[in-house]
Design a protein around this ligand. Structure first.
Ligand code: FES
Length: 100
């Protein structure tokens, strides 16, 4: 089991190991998309880059970055992930809609 803590929303949710971060957020009504992202997101296929989050703690408990993330997040800090590409395997702390 893994706890996912969303700091902006002050919400902690429990996920089974292997859960998809974006799906868990949506399931728990955590808003991961900005206004534009809501209109244009790819639905979790790693194509749009709008589901970006900042991993504040526990980055080592997420799956490795996918090739798409590596490309899409090239200019972003190392601890940024595309939530639809990240599989949760342990406790993590997430900041949604990071600036930059
Ligand atoms: S939802 Fe499009 S890249 Fe994650």
């Amino acid at each position: 089991m893994a706890n996912i803590k969303f700091i902006k929303e002050d919400k902690e949710v429990v996920a089974a190991d292997g859960a998809n971060l974006r799906e868990k957020a949506i399931e728990n009504r955590i808003d991961i998309y900005t206004f534009m992202g809501k209109m244009t997101n790819c639905g979790g296929y790693g194509q749009c880059g709008t589901c970006i989050v900042e991993v504040v703690e526990g980055g080592e408990n997420l799956s490795e970055k996918t090739d798409f993330e590596k490309r899409k997040l090239r200019k972003k800090p190392d601890n940024y992930r595309l939530s639809c590409q990240a599989i949760v395997n342990g406790p993590v702390t997430i900041k949604t809609k990071p600036k930059s």
